[in-house]
Design a protein around this ligand. Structure first.
Ligand SMILES: [Zn+2]
Length: 239
């Protein structure tokens, strides 16, 4: 049920019965010395594909770049400014709305996107009151946070978390076959926010924010992934 593998007549025929579209949104940014740079869009995209299958809902292609300016001092990261990101999200949604979609469920993999997504939603809804916009920040789901708290405690951290790294270990095991091991040390827990790219790198020198990714595993990732798919699917079906 992914749009990129379909033809336009198939999408047109879907729209005769259903107006719901899932849009995965994430980021391309450093995830500590051991996590994948694609973590935030890969997790959102894989969850979106599984939720789309489970609920028979169409899934749009992922938005792989997000509001990640604070990660830009780490090579490999890419980012859009908040104003650009808000505009991109609005234009993607409006384009699909012009074709007949009315219900949009965004599955998000990156905390830095949240303020801009909320701003985009407010702007869209101010002139289109028959649209339904839903935001799922998968790592905030109660079934996910319960599991992470029990298994990782405070070591889950806030960025390059054990939970998100576990999910990528499940979905992309081949990417971890040759990764080096690193020494881990405790990081600062609280800081002023937002930070400039340079301030972020100085405060969190290896890119992690309070996490100990040595606790991550593909086994944990499998459980977290299944919990997230179930909880999002259930809430998506209720709309
Ligand atoms: Zn992340």
């Amino acid at each position: 049920m992914e749009i990129y593998l379909m033809t336009w007549p198939e999408v047109e025929s879907y729209l005769k019965n259903k107006k719901h579209l899932i849009l995965p949104v994430g980021s391309t940014e450093q995830h500590g010395p051991t996590g994948l740079i694609g973590t935030d869009f890969l997790t959102a995209w894989d969850l979106a594909k599984a939720v789309g299958k489970k609920t028979s809902t169409l899934v749009a292609s992922p938005l792989c770049y997000g509001m990640a300016l604070h990660h830009m001092a780490f090579p490999g990261s890419g980012a859009l400014k908040p104003s650009t990101y808000i505009q991109v999200v609005k234009e993607i949604i409006q384009g699909y709305a012009d074709q007949g979609f009315r219900h949009f469920s965004l599955i998000n993999g990156h905390g830095g996107n949240i303020p801009s997504l909320q701003a985009a939603f407010s702007e869209i809804l101010s002139s289109n009151q028959d649209y339904t916009l839903q935001l799922f920040n998968w790592w905030h789901l109660s079934s996910v946070t319960d599991y992470e708290q029990k298994n990782f405690g405070d070591a889950n951290g806030f960025h390059a978390t054990c939970g998100e790294i576990s999910v990528t270990m499940t979905c992309y095991p081949q990417a971890y076959e040759k990764k080096k091991t690193f020494e881990f040390f405790p990081t600062v827990k609280k800081t002023a926010w937002p930070l400039s790219p340079g301030q972020f790198r100085k405060t969190f020198p290896d890119g992690r924010m309070g996490s100990d990714p040595r606790l991550a595993s593909a086994q944990h990732g499998q459980v977290i992934f299944e919990r997230a798919v179930d909880e999002i699917s259930q809430r998506l079906m209720e709309t």
